[in-house]
Design a protein around this ligand. Sequence first.
Ligand SMILES: Nc1ncnc2c1ncn2[C@@H]1O[C@H](COP(=O)(O)OP(=O)(O)OP(=O)(O)O)[C@@H](O)[C@H]1O
Ligand SMILES: [Mg+2]
Length: 386
Amino acid sequence: MAYNILIVEDERHARQYISAFLQDQGYEITEAATYMEAMHALRRGQGDIVLLDIQLPDAYGLTLLDETADWPNRPPVVVITGYGDIDTAVEAMRGGAYDFLQKPVKFQRLLNSLKRLEEIVAMRRELALWRQQQTLDFVGGEGETMRRVLEEARRAAEASVSVLITGETGTGKEVLARFIHKSGPRADKPFVPINCAAVPDTMLESELFGYEAGAFTGATKRKQGLVEVADGGVLFLDEISSMPVDMQAKLLRMLEEREVRRMGGVKWLPVDIQVIAASNRDLKAMIAEGKFREDLYYRLKVLDLHLPPLRERREDIPVLVGFFVRQLAPRMGKQVHDVPPRALEALTAYDWPGNIRELRNAIERALLFCDGDTLELKHLPPEIVR
Ligand SMILES: Nc1ncnc2c1ncn2[C@@H]1O[C@H](COP(=O)(O)OP(=O)(O)OP(=O)(O)O)[C@@H](O)[C@H]1O
Ligand SMILES: [Mg+2]
C-alpha cells in the first residue's frame, strides 16, 4: 500500500518539486500551502507522514506539533528548516518531530528519512489492528438478554444515535461502546474515550472543549478539545455520573447545537460526533437528588443499554470461559484447551462481584498455575472453589 505524504510548504515551486519527485518514487501526495490547509488535511486523516516547512504565511509551522501533540495517532513529522538553522531543528525535535531536513532538500536524504518512518507507520498500523481485534471481541453468550443487547447495539451503531450504557463495574460497558463504534459508519473515524471521574472537575471543560491561548493562567498555547478530536467519530464519556452539574449544562448545549467553543474562544465550531456515555451509578436516583440533569439524561439515552451483572446471566459464563481460555492461553504460552464440567460448575456458581473483568482475571490466574492441557478446579482462585 502506498504511503501518503502530506507536504506542507507555501512556496509553490518548492512544493511541486518535492511532490513530483515523491510521486515518481511511488508515494501518494497531499499538498498544503498554508497551516490551515495542513490542519484540515490532518483532521481528515490525510498524511501518513508529514513534511513540514517552518515558514508558513498564516502560522509558525511548529505550532502544528503543539496543536497535535496529544492526538493518539499523529503521523510522524519531518521538519524542513532553513540552512544552518540548528535552533529551530532542536526545537522541532523537542516538539516531537522525527527528523529534520535542511533546505534545499536533498532527495536521497529525504528518501532515507521516509523509509525509516514508513516502518514506524507500518508498525503503528499493525498495533492498531491488533488493538481493534482485541476490543472487537465482544462476546455475548448464549442468553437471550445479551442477544437483545447486541441487536440494539448494532441498531444504535447504524443510526449513529446517542447511547447510554449502564451496568455494574466490569460488565463490559467500554467493550460494548467500542463494539458500537466498530459496527457503525464511524468505524474508521476516531473513538475518543474520556473518563469523567479521572479528570479533575476544573479541567473537564478544557479537556472536552479545548482552549485558546490566554484563556486562563497557564494556557500558553491553543489546545484542541477531545470533542474536536472525535469529530466524525465517537466520543465515549465514561463514568458520566461524575460530571459536575455546570459541565453537564455545557455538554447538553453542545449536543443540542452540535457545535463547540474553545475556552476563551469566540468562534463556535461545528462538530459531528456520536456520544456514548457509560455509568455504573443509578442516574435516575441522582436526578432525584439534583445531582444529574434530567434533560441531559434524556438527551443521552436515545437508546439505553443495560448490561446485567454476570450473576444474572450465568448461562453466558461457559461461553465467556471458553473465549478467555482461547484468547489468553496462547498468549501465555499454555496449551490448555479443556475446561472439565466440575471447574465450569464452580465458575458458574460463583457470584462474580467484579463481573466479566473478574472472570477474565480468574481465568488468567488459573492459566498461570496450569501446566497441562486441562484447567482443573485446583487452578481456580480459592474464593471460587470454596
Ligand atoms: N462482552 C465481553 N466480551 C469479552 N470481554 C469482555 C466483555 N465484557 C467485558 N469483557 C472483559 O472485561 C474487561 C472489563 O470490561 P469493561 O472495561 O468494558 O468494563 P466496564 O463495564 O467499563 O467496567 P467499569 O465500570 O469498572 O469501568 C474488559 O477489558 C474485557 O477484558
Ligand atoms: Mg469502564
